[in-house]
Design a protein. Sequence first.
Length: 139
Amino acid sequence: MGIEGGHASKTRCRRLREFYRLGVRYMTLTWNNTNDWADAGRGEEKHNGLSDFGKEVVREMNRLGMLVDVSHVSDKTMSDALECLKAPINCVASSARALSNVPRNIPGDLLAPHCEERGVVQINFYSLFVDQRNRGAAK
């Protein structure tokens, strides 16, 4: 099971541990909205990436063995998460920015090094995310 959007954990790692106990094995740090501790790719920039608590969330997810999903996050949030990670990334709801220059898609400079570490990156075939003609609609 996975959680789409880290806002479900609020600002408590205790909730994250409870989700893990219930069988959740991955969580996206954000969805299309910025939460209390991480900036989304399509949301307001409040934290310049991950807040200190957001970095704590990533470290706790690593400790638990929960996959950190960097879909939906801002570039700075992704960079911050990758610096904290001790395991490969998970990215199930984005595409490569090389396919379409949409903010939620992953830029190659962040994507390439982590593919070598056996991270999981899926391709989203929704036209708003892969068709360059639609790029303005998918901000």
